[in-house]
Design a protein around this ligand. Structure first.
Ligand code: URA
Length: 207
């Protein structure tokens, strides 16, 4: 059931990832979907054991129409590779499919989605998950964690060890790479090592 225009509408769940990629472009269930930006679909093989979930596409992702292609994506790619996780073999998506921003001159500054916006967009994430049936999900940051736990997790306390979702899927939680990009010097080096250690824990669980 989906609430649209003040009414509850029965909606058939999408049958393929391509259908989801098509349909999110027309989604107007929340204010972000109405902001005129392009929706960014998930990317990766339909048969995968690992689903990695970020918060929402950024400026670069909205322009390219692909997830994690900007600075945070490059940092994520480097850490995935170091942990022995091949980006081409996992499915990468976001909790929210449209880019939320405030305009500042020629720039578009990222704005975090509200809990309500994440909860509305969960319908798409659940549809992706139903089709992919990953063994492990990695949630990057609190917004992605909320999309699976239906509460905003304390990432610092809950990261680095698996949680079990109702259907038996393992959920791993860690920080978002954008957070790492905002840190400096030794703090950044230390936090990147923690991030890497979280990914290695997940990689060994994946086998
Ligand atoms: N940050 C995200 O959470 N997702 C992206 O796709 C890019 C940056």
């Amino acid at each position: 059931m989906v609430r649209q225009g003040g009414k509850d509408i029965e909606e058939e769940p999408p049958a393929t990832l391509e259908e989801i990629a098509q349909a999110i472009g027309a989604c107007r269930r929340c204010p972000i979907g109405c902001n005129g930006t392009r929706a960014v679909p998930g990317e990766g093989p339909a048969r995968t054991r690992l689903m990695v979930v970020g918060e929402q596409p950024g400026d670069k992702e909205e322009q390219a129409g692909r997830p994690f292609v900007g600075p945070a994506g490059r940092l994520l790619d480097a850490h995935l590779a170091r942990a022995g996780l091949d980006r081409a073999r996992l499915y990468l998506t976001n909790a929210v499919k449209h880019f939320k921003f405030v305009p500042r001159g020629k720039r578009r500054l990222h704005q975090s989605p509200t809990a309500g916006e994440i909860d509305i967009c969960r319908w798409w994430l659940d549809s992706e998950r139903r089709l992919l049936r990953p063994q492990i999900i990695l949630a990057l940051g609190a917004s992605a964690g909320r999309a699976f736990l239906a509460r905003t997790p304390a990432v610092g306390k809950e990261r680095g060890a698996p949680m079990e979702l109702a259907d038996g899927t393992q959920l791993w939680l860690t920080v978002h790479p954008s957070y790492l990009l905002r840190l400096k010097d030794e703090v950044r080096a230390r936090e990147e090592e923690r991030f890497q250690s979280d990914l290695r824990g997940l990689a060994s669980s994946l086998g």
